[in-house]
Design a protein around this ligand. Structure first.
Ligand SMILES: Cc1cc2nc3c(=O)[nH]c(=O)nc-3n(C[C@H](O)[C@H](O)[C@H](O)COP(=O)(O)O)c2cc1C
Length: 207
């Protein structure tokens, strides 16, 4: 598709949730890969990053692509809302997005989502999610956390709620431990996201 045609078509919209795993250092690369893989498929994609307070320890706003990617934090939720009638950010983001991907999904947010807790911007978007829209999670945690029996129980709960799980991989993690728990590579995750946006992929364009 010609560049001018891509500019004219409505953008597809990805909500990228980031949590407090060291794998959040890959959030800028993931956002870039989603946009680039979309373009390669003839899709113009906009990305909204909803980052937990812990996620913000691992990347800076300036590292995100300058165009097509916007960062939202818990502060924005309350900065936008002062009185009845003001927009509620987590509801606006849920309406806006065609698909959401939580990458990385850390053990804490996994536990919260599996049990319906919603105490920050990201978990509020997920708790208010339109169940007709696709949702993907990409766990990332220490191998001992991954092997803890509560992990498989909570991931099964998410799968029961219609989440697609992009499995972690086995390698030596930032903490020095070796084993399962490293987040899948950004290109693999971006491919899973873009596939949901292609015709027949489960995320029809919004009117
Ligand atoms: C340097 C560092 C790295 C961490 N990496 C992970 C990780 O890979 N996976 C994980 O589940 N928790 C990890 N944690 C713990 C989370 O940051 C912690 O549970 C935090 O409360 C998660 O908050 P959130 O789920 O709201 O983002 C790490 C903590 C630190 C200090």
């Amino acid at each position: 598709m010609a560049d001018s045609d891509q500019q004219q078509q409505p953008a597809r919209r990805v909500l990228l949730g980031a949590t407090g795993s060291v794998a959040s250092i890959k959030v800028p690369a993931l956002a870039r890969s989603i946009v680039q893989q979309g373009l390669a498929q003839g899709l113009r994609i906009e990305v909204a990053v909803a980052a937990s307070a812990s996620a913000l320890h691992f990347f800076r706003r300036e590292q995100l692509p300058e165009t097509g990617v916007t960062l939202y934090t818990d502060r924005d939720e309350w900065a936008q809302w002062k009185k009845i009638g003001d927009p509620v950010l987590h509801i606006e983001l849920r309406r806006w997005a065609d698909v959401c991907v939580v990458a990385p999904l850390d053990a804490n947010t996994l536990a919260k989502v599996a049990n319906g807790f919603c105490d920050n911007l990201l978990t509020c978007v997920l708790r208010a999610w339109d169940m007709a829209k696709p949702r993907i999670v990409c766990p990332a945690m220490n191998p001992m956390m991954w092997e803890h029996p509560i992990t498989s129980t909570q991931l099964a709960a998410l799968e029961g709620l219609g989440f697609t799980v992009v499995s972690p991989v086995s390698k030596t993690l930032a903490c020095g431990d070796f084993g399962m728990g490293a987040m899948a590579e950004p290109e693999v995750i971006a491919k899973a996201v873009v596939e949901h946006l292609l015709p027949g992929g489960g995320a029809p364009p919004q009117p």
